[in-house]
Ligand binder design. Structure first.
Ligand code: GLY
Length: 452
């Protein structure tokens, strides 16, 4: 059921191309298929799980020319772009040129994710709360700045670095090494030829996905991700090992403050810069402890003293945030995204299910470093109630078996009346999946569950 009120000429597209191949795209495909408008959905390039639901076409997500040709050949009426790379390569600009509506920002808007320096300049120019930072292209002034500020300190490569371009240095030595690696060692190529050095923020991190259309926007349910690979938030950073929603640390009062101090000013700033942004603005927010020290927020859910500040903008749906946010929407996703793309979002109200959602990422052991591919996955014949397995890094082998084909392999999402029940369901499914290289965190949701 959609509660989006009807608008004039609101004919929904009858065919949609989803671009991408991860768990996020599988969740997008499932939600679009559930639309009352019953669109034909295809995906490029997709994965083995998406191919069980819709036709997948082997055109890579960074092949802009190939994707435009595919959209024309298949006469799709709407394209939903998942990952950041095609957005920054101008896929939406190219589709717009040939008259195909698309959800996702054009290249000018995608810069908000593709350049951390650009984003920081906007945040500072419009006085949107964020950490103070220096911008450097040379090693010596960057090292001087690092030594003046002291550790812990954050070093960020300016450009896209597949989620690996941020170093939270606990010591001066680590910070100096990161500066050298990026500016002198060419560790991230041109993505690291300019860096940001910014103060470390302490607190709870939350993910806010905002569907934006010019100056209009709709805030989707708040979620929290677990970025580190190991239990207890240990080990290297990953793309995300699991999520849950709602995030109770963001009380309605805190969300109203975030809207007032961060979301509205961000959307207005982007529009004031002449960017007609139509897509997802994913705002990474740190709920900072007021004394800027490692916080005790974990024992103070929704504390009125937390100060929300912007960590980063992304210009797409989060992964695995999407796998918990979309299943909680009652509102028709196709209507929501179509309206954003067409500039008709004003007045749209969101309806959200009361259930909690929790997603456990099943990865290949060794991720985010070296991991095997090609291990056969066996799925349980029956899943717990309201439990879905979204595929990410999967493929089919010559024998037709589903095998691992990436670091993050599956996203197991469960909905339930409480977060505890959602966790029990998701973990029962994870335990029942068989795969030689299976690895997953055992503590997704623990921060919230242990606060009670
Ligand atoms: N889960 C974090 C991201 O999508 O960037």
């Amino acid at each position: 059921m959609s509660i989006c009120p009807p608008v004039a000429n609101d004919r929904l597209p009858s065919s949609v191309l989803v671009v991408g191949s991860g768990g996020r795209e599988h969740a997008l495909v499932r939600s679009l298929l559930a639309s009352p408008a019953q669109p034909r959905v295809i995906c490029a390039p997709g994965n083995a799980g998406i191919a069980q639901d819709v036709t997948c076409v082997a055109v890579a997500a960074d092949n802009v020319v190939g994707l435009v040709e595919l959209a024309q050949r298949e006469r799709v009426e709407f394209v939903v772009v998942g990952p950041e790379v095609p957005l920054s390569l101008g896929l939406v600009d190219a589709l717009t040129k040939v008259g195909i509506p698309a959800y996702g920002p054009k290249a000018d808007g995608a810069r908000l994710e593709a350049s951390k320096v650009f984003t920081k300049q906007i945040l500072l120019k419009y006085k949107i709360p964020t950490a103070p930072a220096g911008i450097f292209t040379e090693v010596t002034p960057a090292l001087d700045f690092v030594r003046r500020r002291g550790a812990p300190i954050v070093i960020k490569a300016d450009g896209l670095a597949a989620g690996k371009g941020v170093v939270v240095a606990q010591t001066l030595a680590e910070a100096e090494a990161a500066v050298h690696d990026m500016l002198a060692g060419n560790k991230f190529g041109s993505a690291g030829s300019q860096i940001l050095v910014e103060d470390c923020m302490f607190g709870d991190e939350t993910s806010l996905l905002v569907v934006v259309s010019g100056r209009d926007y709709v805030i989707l349910p708040v979620s929290q991700d677990h970025k580190r690979v190991g239990d207890g938030d240990t080990g290297p950073n990953t793309g995300g090992m699991g999520t849950y929603s709602p995030a109770e640390v963001v009380t309605p009062e805190l969300l109203a403050r975030i809207d007032r101090e961060i979301v509205r000013p961000s959307v207005d700033a982007i529009a004031s810069e002449g960017i007609d942004f139509r897509g997802t603005l994913f705002i990474g927010i740190m709920l900072c402890s007021p004394d800027s020290q490692p916080s005790t927020l974990n024992s103070q859910p929704g504390t009125a003293t937390a100060v929300p500040k912007v960590l980063e903008y992304n210009t797409r749906f989060g992964d695995p945030e999407t796998q918990v946010v979309l299943p909680r929407l009652k509102t028709d996703l196709l209507t929501l995204l179509w309206r954003a793309a067409k500039g008709q979002l004003a007045g749209t109200q969101l309806e959200v299910r009361p259930e909690a959602a929790l997603c456990v990422v099943v990865a290949a052991k060794g991720y985010p470093e070296k991991f095997p591919k090609g291990d056969v996955i066996t799925f349980p014949a029956q899943l717990p109630p309201a439990t879905t397995i979204f595929h990410a890094g999967t493929a089919k082998n010559a024998a037709g078996e589903i095998v691992t084909n990436g670091g993050r392999v599956l996203g197991v999402t469960a909905l339930a009346p409480t977060l505890r029940e959602a966790a029990d369901r998701a973990y029962a499914a994870c335990d029942a999946i068989q795969c030689a290289s299976k690895y997953f965190r055992r503590d997704i949701g623990a921060r919230q569950l242990n606060r009670r």
